[in-house]
Write a protein that binds this ligand. Structure first.
Ligand code: GLP
Length: 237
């Protein structure tokens, strides 16, 4: 794993954007995996600037997001579709029909997960997957204990995840208790992974992820076995 140490969130956003641009600019039809949360916000702002400056185009890009809450509509400001439109898609030249998020309002959620997997397979290998890290070591919404082989599936969110994500909602009770998420088996097939981790509160879990046992109890520890991971972090490790 390549580790890039940055001094703060601004530098993390700039560095991550450079890596995204360098990783996909030579690819004719890049396939990108995208994450939500506070950590990638500056990355997306930098990508918008770079796109406007003509340094990168997303005209031929296809994106798949890691996860989505169950039960929130696309125009709910807490849905990940809303987040992606507002933090990235509306500011770049991507074709909206090439941006794929799981539909958390689908009538048949299992079918939705299967269709998402099929669409990813049809599209071809993921060139670059962006990942954040949950406080409990989750990646996407793969909570501790999830099989490393899991494909896209429905999850019951951990209480600790509901608590952590409640900062985005008015009341903790408003946080959905379920989500749809790419599985670890799906994520790990990406050719390259860009892991972004920011803030001292994640120092302990990041050390476990990097130097602890590779165990399903720490979902992100699987990244130790991936041949092409770049970590950008402001944490001393
Ligand atoms: C959520 C998302 C993850 C994200 C994590 C960390 O639970 N499902 O994909 O990586 O939170 O978010 P943050 O960057 O806000 O700490």
């Amino acid at each position: 794993m390549e580790i890039i140490k940055v001094k703060d969130m601004d530098e993390l956003g700039r560095k991550a954007a450079e890596i995204v641009v360098d990783s996909i600019k030579e690819i004719e039809n890049p396939v990108l995996g995208l994450a939500t949360g506070s950590t990638p916000e500056k990355l997306y702002a930098n990508l918008i600037d770079k796109c406007k400056a003509g340094e990168i185009t997303f005209e031929q890009a296809v994106t798949f997001n890691l996860d989505e809450y169950v039960g929130l509509s696309n125009d709910d400001p807490q849905s990940y579709r809303y987040y992606m439109d507002h933090h990235l898609f509306n500011g770049i030249d991507i074709k909206k029909q090439n941006t794929h998020l799981l539909d958390g309002e689908a009538k048949d959620l299992e079918k939705e997960c299967r269709s998402f997997e099929q669409l990813m397979k049809k599209t071809g290998e993921m060139d670059l997957q962006i990942l954040g890290l949950g406080l409990n070591g989750h990646i996407a919404f793969n909570e501790p204990g999830t099989s490393f082989d899991a494909r896209t599936h429905i999850v019951d969110l951990d209480d600790s995840t509901i608590e952590a994500n409640s900062r985005f909602f008015e009341h903790k009770e408003d946080v959905p208790t379920q989500a749809l998420t790419m599985g670890i088996g799906t994520i790990i097939e990406a050719k390259k992974i860009l892991l972004l981790v920011q803030g001292e509160k994640k120092a302990d879990i990041l050390k476990k992820v990097l130097y602890g046992d590779v165990t399903e109890e720490v979902p992100a520890s699987i990244l130790q076995r991936h041949p092409n991971v770049v970590l950008v972090t402001d944490i001393d490790i």
